[in-house]
Design a protein around this ligand. Structure first.
Ligand code: PLP
Length: 387
């Protein structure tokens, strides 16, 4: 047997696979259990009708002799790049359509972004963290340093803790903690990156959940960020595309790695499917944005309900405002996998144990607002006794 990549064999399985396994074991032993998932952040609301119509139209177009389409441009069709660039208009930094690459979701872009840099470049990630950053960085051979995010600092990382220049991964609104960075906080990161020769990789997969207009939805709201920041975006959660798969990455020319990104893309991608890109374009149209509001309204209602539930019971928690996740302290100082099992066995509710997001996540649980309203309300009723 050839030697395998130790980053893949030497660590526990991906968090949500471990959760799925624990739930499958429980289901096998309790086939009649009616479980409610507040675990993985997957959507429950349908696609916007305008996006579904665009998918059908594009598929019909491809089925006609005049509409035959082969490989698309590796970076995405200009119609979608232009629609995406439009979202950044009016921000402090310029974002041009050809600096935007359409991807099969933001997770799919991670491996390529980490591959741009020499393994000698360290990657900085938060703790707790969306585990894919750490896993992909390690698989690409980087050393990974962690930035502890504690309750005392609002679960935000601190720029002063960067002791060595590298690729710094930030996520706002944050998964798992629901913390959202202000413009001033992002400014501190841009200043730090520019002063120290680091690059920021900013994941804005949950930007559509920001309702407070004083909060930035993009790193490019901060002056000079295009010189030091790559940004990831996704249609997954805002537009119900977790099953369709579409996202984007902005790699500005000014940040110095756009050429390497084009080189990587040329050899790794033949583009994203035409119907999916037409659906994404439709999702960004005025009608699409109006229709998106309906699904987001359902998720926001869940977040409000959950926040109210925990706040009334004086359970320490964060997130749930401008973010679809709640980060909740385990009662009685218990451990997070223990509480994950207790909620599963005693309430039939699936959550995500905080320890799965990093050592600093121990003692915390993550609840997602992506359920249906009735199911979320039922989950809270079932948990009443335990909190
Ligand atoms: N980034 C964050 C922070 C996420 O939480 C997720 C999925 O849960 C993703 C990216 C993946 O998004 P996509 O479906 O676009 O790959």
């Amino acid at each position: 047997m050839l030697e395998l990549n130790a980053a893949l064999t030497g660590s526990a399985d991906y968090l949500f696979c471990r959760i799925d396994e624990a739930v499958a074991d429980y289901r096998a032993a309790h086939p009649l259990a009616r479980l409610i998932s507040l675990g993985i952040g997957d959507i429950t609301q349908p696609l916007a009708p305008v996006a579904a119509a665009a998918l059908r139209t594009a598929a019909a177009e491809m089925a006609s002799p005049a509409g035959v389409r082969g490989y698309g441009p590796a970076g995405g069709y200009p119609f979608l790049q232009t629609a995406l660039a439009h979202q950044y208009e009016g921000l402090s930094c310029p974002v041009l359509p050809d600096e935007i690459t359409v991807t099969a979701g933001s997770k799919d872009a991670l491996g390529g972004l980490f591959a741009l840099f020499s393994p000698a470049v360290p990657v900085w990630v938060c703790d707790p963290v969306y585990p894919a950053y750490r896993d992909c960085a390690l698989a690409a051979g980087h050393r990974v340093h962690t930035l502890p995010c504690r309750a005392e600092n609002g679960f935000l990382p601190c720029p002063e803790e960067i002791t060595e220049p590298g690729l710094i991964v930030l996520c706002t609104p944050n998964n798992p903690t629901g913390a959202v960075m202000t413009r001033a906080e992002l400014q501190r990161w841009v200043d730090r990156a520019l002063a120290g020769g680091s690059l920021l990789l900013v994941d804005t997969a949950y930007a559509a959940f920001v309702t407070d207009n004083s909060l930035p939805r993009s790193i490019y709201a901060v002056p000079e960020a295009h010189r030091c920041a790559i940004e990831l975006g996704s249609f997954s959660k805002s537009d119900g595309f977790t099953g369709l798969r579409c996202g984007w990455v902005v790699v500005p020319e000014a940040c110095g790695c756009a050429g390497a990104w084009r080189r990587w893309l040329g050899s790794h991608s033949n583009g994203i499917s035409y119907p999916v890109q037409r659906a994404a374009e439709a999702a960004l149209s005025p009608t699409g944005l109006r229709q998106r509001g309906r699904a987001l309204g359902v998720y926001r209602r869940n977040a409000e309900r959950m926040l109210d539930f925990f706040t009334r019971r004086s359970v320490p928690c964060t997130g749930g405002e401008n973010a679809p996740y709640l980060w909740v302290r385990c009662p009685d100082g218990g451990d997070s996998w223990g509480w994950f099992r207790r909620l599963l066995e005693e309430c039939g509710v699936i959550c995500a144990p905080g320890a799965g997001f990093g050592a600093m996540g121990e003692g915390w649980l993550r609840f997602t607002a992506f359920g249906k309203n009735a199911a979320t309300a039922e989950a809270l009723r079932r948990m009443d006794r335990l909190f």
